[in-house]
Design a protein around this ligand. Structure first.
Ligand code: GSH
Length: 223
């Protein structure tokens, strides 16, 4: 039986969605973030040394890292579904987006989260103006322009095909959902990029996405 070690408000929601798209049976083992630090509980490190979510177990196997989990589930149980055929241009694009989502898109979005928290976080009153100035400078000179560059690129890409890998919905779209959802709460993604907003509407309307939300419970992205 596939077990999803599911941290609340996290990337593991994406794995539940994939499992629902594939119509697979699975169990959810739940973990709650520390409300102050937002970190995962230590018990998640008993499943994988990094204690990050998502991680799945399938019998004796443990698989961590979203992209690896997607490849494992689609390769083992997909029977050719949600992945373009090997050797096609779509397959190469599929591989690209599977890596890009975590390898490139998430980096500036994570930096945004960190610098926003530095600026807002508790600290001695005399340190606050300095910390805020440094955080704001990092955001305005590097982080926000980087996010905007990625979003412009993604908006243009969705002008070339209906979905990220081509004209068929694939697991690469599931992988790409998290950076785009995160960008709506902390990256300035809004109606000024209509193709990306339309992508989000289309994925949110999928019955499997809704079922995954019902199974996963409340899902609010960190801001
Ligand atoms: N690139 C990794 C990122 C894993 C990750 O950072 N997960 C976050 C949740 S979205 C987490 O576990 N945070 C809690 C912590 O670091 O303690 C993946 O895609 O699996």
């Amino acid at each position: 039986m596939i077990v999803v070690h599911h941290l609340n408000n996290s990337r593991s929601q994406r794995v539940l969605w994939l499992l629902e798209e594939l119509g697979l049976e699975y169990e959810i083992k739940r973990y709650q973030r520390n409300p102050k630090t937002m970190l995962a509980p230590a018990s998640l490190r008993e499943v994988h040394p990094l204690g990050k979510s998502p991680v799945i177990t399938d019998g004796a196997l443990t698989v961590a890292e979203s992209g690896a989990i997607v490849e494992y589930l689609v390769g083992t149980y997909g029977g050719g579904r949600l992945v373009p055929p090997p050797g096609t241009p779509e397959r190469l694009r599929y591989t690209y987006w599977l890596h890009y989502a975590e390898g490139s898109a998430m980096t500036p979005l994570l930096l945004k989260l960190v610098f926003d928290r530095i600026a807002k976080g508790p600290m001695p009153f005399f340190a606050r103006p300095v910390a805020r100035a440094i955080a704001n400078r990092a955001k305005s000179t590097f982080v926000e322009p980087q996010i905007a560059q990625h979003l412009d690129y993604l908006e243009a890409e969705l002008g070339n095909s209906t979905w990220f890998a081509g004209n068929e919905f694939t697991a690469a779209d599931i992988q790409m959902s998290f950076p785009l959802e995160a960008a709506t709460v902390r990256g300035g993604l809004n109606k000024s990029r209509p193709k990306l907003m339309d992508f989000l509407e289309r994925i949110h309307a999928r019955p499997a996405y809704g079922r995954a939300l019902e199974r996963g419970g409340k899902y609010e992205l960190l801001r």
